[in-house]
Structures are given as structure tokens and as C-alpha cells.
Design a protein around this ligand. Structure first.
Ligand code: ADP
Ligand code: ADP
Length: 232
């Protein structure tokens, strides 16, 4: 069961002499209910791959299917709707609303969609992320790791089909990074989410079910964690 897949995914930026082939015919299948890490050197195409899979960017060629829907030919309006309803995002810089408390930031996607807050689920997500004692704090009163855990909870609260995280630990010390990675892993194992993260963090490989390695716009290797490998 795949949550996102690409066939012949190609992205070319620019034109003529300044043309850059950021992705060059990538075929990939991401399994539902996994934490996938996308790794590789700077400039290898990680962000471009994530942006194409998340409907933030349109491929030059190839197809992308997310949660059973072909998105590579969608127009901007359809892509915006897809991102709002099916995809959760986590960014390196947290991107929390500074004037809202942690609790208000977490429930924001539900408020925007005018959906009621399911308090049982809200409490489960808050417990999983370990923020019970910080709910009434504003972002400026939280550590970087706590802010990123608020951002992770916000990405999950509306039960998106898949969460994409772009360098989620990029601004964090290794202890806070481990807390965020550990939460992302638990959100998959305990809450049943599917998460794809782009990361430079070497530690991330130990938390992921699957690691994709990109080099020069190509999928160079794919590793499964030992326990998953044994099942296959
Ligand atoms: P990574 O995330 O692995 O660092 P990127 O996907 O950001 O790699 O970039 C892949 C290649 O595409 C790089 O050569 C980068 O310079 C180029 N690139 C990325 N975005 C753009 C853009 N908007 N315009 C032109 N070139 C870009
Ligand atoms: P970076 O660390 O690369 O500056 P950003 O946090 O600015 O990362 O965002 C990464 C990418 O996600 C950007 O290319 C941006 O276009 C996109 N993005 C940022 N905020 C949103 C949002 N609220 N919804 C959808 N896409 C977003």
C-alpha cells in the first residue's frame, strides 16, 4: 500500500545554458504507515522531490500519485486544496504563529477548515508530543525543540494522509533533534501516520523505516530498517 509514488519524475529549472536538471527520472514508492527519510548531499534534489510529492511544485515530466490521486497534472487551485486537506507540513523554521499559544497553533488547521476539535484526539496528540505542560505558552516562551514539536502536532492534528517535513531538525541541538525524530517515529507507530522527511541529520536514519539516498537528481539507493527488511 503506497501513500505516495513517482514514476519518471523529472524537474528541470531554468532554460538554455543555465538549465538545471534537479530530478532526473526518479521512480519511488513510499509505503503507507512508514517514516521515510530522504537523504543525500546538498543540491542532490531532496527538496525538489519533496515539493513535487507534496504538490508545492509541478514536475517537468513524469507522474506523481498521492493517496491514490494523480497530482502531476493538477492546476494550482486543485493543488492548494490537496495540500489543505490531505497533507501536513513541518518546516525547518517551525513557522508557528507568534501571537497564538501552543494549543491555538496546534488547532489552527482545524479552525481554518472550520472543523470541530476532537478533544480525545487533541489530547492524544499533545501527550504523544509531550507538550501537556506547555499548551498555554507562546512560541517565544518555548525552546526550539518544543516549538518544533508544536509544529509537528499542528501538522498531524487534522489527520492528513501524509506529513512532509523539510529539515525538521535543522535548527535543533542533537538532544532536541532526537526528541523530534522520536515523536515523528511514534506518530507513525502509535498514531498510524505516514511521514516523509528531508534531512541532513545522520541520526535520522536510525529512526526511519526507510531511507532514500539521492545523488545528482537520481535515486541512488534505498535502505529498509532491519526489522522491516526481515518482514519483506
Ligand atoms: P537539495 O534539497 O538536495 O539540497 P534541491 O532540490 O534544493 O536539492 O536542488 C536540486 C538542484 O536544483 C540544485 O542544483 C539547485 O541549485 C537547483 N534548484 C533548486 N530550486 C531551484 C530553483 N527554484 N531555480 C533554479 N534551480 C533550482
Ligand atoms: P527553508 O528552510 O527552505 O527556508 P521554509 O520553511 O521557508 O524552508 O519552507 C520550505 C518550502 O515550503 C518553501 O519552498 C515554501 O515555498 C514552502 N512553504 C512554506 N510555507 C508554506 C505553507 N504554509 N504552505 C505550503 N507551503 C509552504
Amino acid at each position: 500500500d503506497t501513500i505516495a509514488s513517482a514514476r519518471g519524475l523529472t524537474k528541470v529549472y531554468g532554460a538554455g545554458d543555465t538549465q538545471v536538471r534537479a530530478l532526473d527520472g526518479v521512480d519511488v514508492d513510499l509505503a503507507r504507515g512508514e517514516l521515510t527519510a530522504v537523504m543525500g548531499p546538498s543540491g542532490s534534489g531532496k527538496s525538489t522531490l519533496m515539493h513535487c510529492l507534496a504538490g508545492l511544485d509541478s514536475p517537468t515530466a513524469g507522474s506523481v500519485v498521492v493517496d491514490g490521486v494523480e497530482i502531476s497534472r493538477m492546476n494550482q487551485r486543485q493543488l492548494t486544496k490537496l495540500r489543505r486537506t490531505r497533507i501536513g507540513f513541518v518546516f525547518q523554521a517551525y513557522n508557528l504563529v507568534p501571537t497564538l499559544t501552543a494549543a491555538e497553533n496546534i488547532r489552527l488547521p482545524l479552525d481554518i477548515a472550520r472543523r470541530p476539535v476532537d478533544h480525545e484526539r487533541f489530547d492524544a496528540v499533545v501527550r504523544a508530543v509531550g507538550l501537556q505542560d506547555r499548551l498555554h505558552h507562546r512560541p517565544s516562551e518555548l525552546s526550539g525543540g518544543q516549538q518544533q514539536r508544536v509544529a509537528c502536532a499542528r501538522a498531524l492534528i487534522a489527520e492528513p494522509s501524509v506529513v512532509f517535513a523539510d529539515e525538521p531538525t535543522g535548527n535543533l541541538d542533537s538532544r532536541s533533534a532526537a526528541e523530534v525524530l522520536s515523536f515523528l517515529r511514534r506518530s507513525v507507530d502509535d498514531l498510524g501516520h505516514s511521514v516523509v522527511m528531508v534531512t541532513h541529520e545522520p541520526m535520522a536514519a536510525a529512526y526511519a523505516h526507510r531511507v532514500l539516498f539521492l545523488a545528482d537528481g537520481r535515486l541512488e539507493a534505498q535502505l529498509l530498517a532491519p526489522d522491516e527488511a526481515a518482514v519483506l
